[in-house]
Design a protein around this ligand. Structure first.
Ligand SMILES: [Zn+2]
Length: 206
C-alpha cells in the first residue's frame, strides 16, 4: 500500500524533492501540509488494522476521515475500500474499484486475482446449489446433502444455501444437522424471514 506523501507544493505545484519548511518557489509555509499528510497516513494505517480485524464500519469511518484531510482520490484509501468491498462480497463493486486503481498501484494485481478467485468460488457455489436443489427434488437426499455442504463451504455468506441445507437435513430426519444449519444461518442472517419459521418447523418435527 502506497501511503500519501507531500510531493508537490499544494499552492504552486512545484515538485518537492525533500522536506522543506517553505516552498522554494512560492514560499508557502509547508509544515501544516506535512502534518496533514502524517495524520492521514496514521488514519489509513489504523483503517488497515481495522480491516484485518474485520471491523469494516470502523475502517470506513477512518478512511472517510483520512480522505477529508487530503485532496481526493488517495490511492491507499481507494485500495483499502476495494479490500472492504471484497470482504463484503460485493464482487462487482470490488472489480470496478480495483480496475479504477492506477496500473502501477502495487496492490492492484493481487486484488484483481483475489476478486477473480472469489467470483469463481461464487460460481462454483451456485453450481453446487443447483445440483443440491435438483437432487432434493428427485429425492436423492444424500446427494443433495453433499452438494449443499459444498455450497456452504464455498459461499457461507449467502442465506439461501443455509435454508436449503436445513430443509434437506429435515427431509433426512437429521434433526441435529438441521438445528446446526438453522442456528448458524440465523446467526449469520438474523433478519432472514425464512430461518425462524424453519426453526419452528424443526421443533414440531422433534
Ligand atoms: Zn509553492
Amino acid at each position: 500500500m502506497r501511503l500519501p506523501q507531500l510531493t508537490a507544493c499544494p499552492v504552486c505545484h512545484s515538485v518537492l524533492s525533500e522536506r522543506v519548511a517553505a516552498c522554494p518557489n512560492c514560499e508557502t509555509e509547508l509544515t501544516p501540509y506535512y502534518e496533514q499528510h502524517e495524520a492521514a497516513r496514521a488514519l489509513i494505517n489504523q483503517a488497515a488494522n481495522a480491516v484485518s480485524r474485520g471491523e469494516m464500519i470502523e475502517a470506513k469511518r477512518l478512511l472517510g476521515d483520512a480522505e477529508r484531510m487530503l485532496p481526493s482520490p488517495v490511492e491507499a484509501v481507494e485500495e483499502l475500500r476495494t479490500v472492504i468491498l471484497l470482504q463484503e462480497h460485493r464482487l462487482e463493486d470490488a472489480l470496478r474499484a480495483a480496475s479504477a486503481l492506477p496500473d502501477d498501484c502495487p496492490g492492484k494485481p493481487r486484488l484483481l486475482d483475489d476478486i477473480a478467485a472469489a467470483s469463481e468460488r461464487v460460481e462454483n457455489a451456485k453450481m453446487h446449489f443447483n445440483l443440491a436443489l435438483t437432487a432434493a427434488r428427485q429425492g436423492s437426499l444424500a446427494d443433495a446433502a453433499y452438494h449443499v455442504e459444498k455450497t456452504l463451504s464455498l459461499a457461507p455468506h449467502l442465506p439461501e444455501p443455509w435454508r436449503l441445507a436445513a430443509k434437506i437435513a429435515l427431509k433426512r430426519e437429521d434433526f441435529a444437522a438441521a438445528q446446526r444449519y438453522l442456528s448458524r444461518g440465523a446467526e449469520l442472517f438474523p433478519r432472514d424471514s425464512y430461518l425462524a419459521p424453519l426453526a419452528a418447523e424443526i421443533k414440531q418435527a422433534k
